[in-house]
Design a protein around this ligand. Sequence first.
Ligand code: GAR
Length: 204
Amino acid sequence: MTRLAVFASGKGSNLARILAACQQGTIAGSVVLVVCNEPGAGAVGIARMAGIPVLIADHRDYPSRVAHERAIVHALDEHQVILVVLAGYMRLLSPFLLGYLYDPRMKQSRVISIHPTDPALYQGPAGYAWAIATGQTATAVTVQYVDEGMDTGRIILQEAFAVLLEDTVETLKARGQAIEHRLFPRAIQHVVDRMGSRLSCAAS
Ligand code: GAR
């Protein structure tokens, strides 16, 4: 079982889907820690209901980004986390945290994230609002590895879908999140498989 940590800042609908997928066995892993930087976020309640340890680390309480991440790394270490999943975590990760999770066999950090657009077209928050505001006729949900840039890591899975003439941000987001909830567990399992085969290659 791969030991996962999910980082979230928002309502936690992706966290809930990941927990369900772990329970159903469609992800061969278990969420051993949830990290949240927004104390009032819905994700905190979801984690607590599921009996999962939660680190609430409000970045405003720390003197620097590295000090904030040092507290997070301490918890990752304590819970022996192998893979970090950013599920609506609205903070960039610094080289310090990415370095802690760097896997030389994979040649990247063991951190993945979901993004509600095609990152080649838009990087940043509020991707559904961006698609409506800029008159896109199609958009995408993307799961990618995380590097030091904003939504610049290698793509793992992506699914495009149409923006309808009558769409509002809310209707687009509802359709997009239905895709997120299907795509993210699949992408996580893909990475878990890849990590597993790397580990067995290294052992043989
Ligand atoms: C999701 O729509 C995710 O794609 C987005 O935050 C939302 C979190 O929702 N992530 C980003 O915008 C990252 N750039 P949730 O809290 O219900 O899972």
